[in-house]
Design a protein around this ligand. Sequence first.
Ligand SMILES: Nc1nc2c(c(=O)[nH]1)N[C@H]1C(S)=C(S)[C@@H](COP(=O)(O)O)O[C@H]1N2
Ligand SMILES: [Mo]
Length: 418
Amino acid sequence: MPTRTRRRLVVSATNKPVFSSGPAAEPVNLERRQWLLGSAGVVAGAGLMGWSPLALAQDGALPDYVGWKDPEALIVHSANTLETRRDAIGRGVLTPSDQLFVRNNLPAPGNDIVADPDGWTLDILGAGQSGSVSLKQLKTMGVETVVSVLQCSGNGRKFFPHGASGTQWEVGAAGCVAWTGVPLREVVRELGGVMEGMNYITATGGEILPEGLDPKSVMVERSVPLAALEQALLAWEMNDDPLSLAHGGPLRLVVPGYFGVNNVKYVRQIAFTAEQSDAKIQSSGYRVREVGVEGAPDQPSMWEMPVKSWITSPLTTAAAGRTLIYGVAFGGNQALGKVEVSLDDGGSWAEARLLGPDLGRFAWRPFVLAAELAPGEYRVVSRATDAQGQAQPPERTDNERGYGHNGWKDHGVSLTVA
Ligand SMILES: Nc1nc2c(c(=O)[nH]1)N[C@H]1C(S)=C(S)[C@@H](COP(=O)(O)O)O[C@H]1N2
Ligand SMILES: [Mo]
């Protein structure tokens, strides 16, 4: 858990929100020291030749800002990229916070931004009444809890044979967590609605950008279609704890059903915009294109997640006899329909049983299949189908950056039963 001193959130029904109409306020308490990359050194200032958002963590140890996480459950790819081990994904419906993956495109801001969560301010543009609102005020506008799968666009990148650049995630750049916050549509309603002609929700992360680089080339600013207003949440709690810095505290835009990158951490501005952001992370980053092709705005953006599943246990060996085969499955932006498991690489399938309570359209379900296994070699695979009848394809769709892999073949495991 992020902190032992738990402070429950009080949602006051009497405090009426007040909006400043002046120029958008800058977020407070952001310091340059965010550019300390763990113990790797300072990377601020104009001389940014060696600047890399993927500085290596020392000795595979957990960097300070995620020091509260469970090292046994995580693979440290870099100071900014931590993956949940496949064998750490349990049978529970929710991923414990200390086992959840972390992915930062930029070094995380300083911990001081979560010291006074209620004082955090969010600028809202493109609504009937634009202005600045504090987290304290947001907490008076409504509250809801949504369980959703958080998954990086590059989850499964490791399986692409062309060697897609980026973190070599296997299955663990994903987890299922409970978010508590105010639905964005409630906030917008209080502000007099979305201005006419706006097509996107554009959210900006609260990182202080390094000097000497074009801000557009590094800033985390993502646009999602306005349709996502139906489910978007401004979250201040994750798994019943105040949102940790690592996961975007004090305030995060959560877009259930959409890939991780759209869930902007330490969100400092929400703008309803006619066009998508021209930041690199939107215009050419996170675009699906053929191998060898550069990213461009006319290619599909990593928005809605498709149906996906994978086996979590057993992963390598099992004793002959009755074996319970476990995994997780989700429908992405759709509810989950069913999951099938095959012991012969898709030759024949049996429907698995979904475990735990159904926590809604955006949550994942653990699944289990009881199998009677004779000694031998097995290729165990799972195939999920969403509520609309869309099933996982057998193969990945090769693409330059290794995005969106939901092919069932690569996600299978080879099992030796003795
Ligand atoms: N402000 C900000 N938001 C961000 C990012 C970031 O670097 N900065 N990374 C995005 C990406 S690519 C992913 S996959 C998720 C990861 O969320 P997590 O670190 O809470 O697991 O956050 C997204 N939101
Ligand atoms: Mo990501």
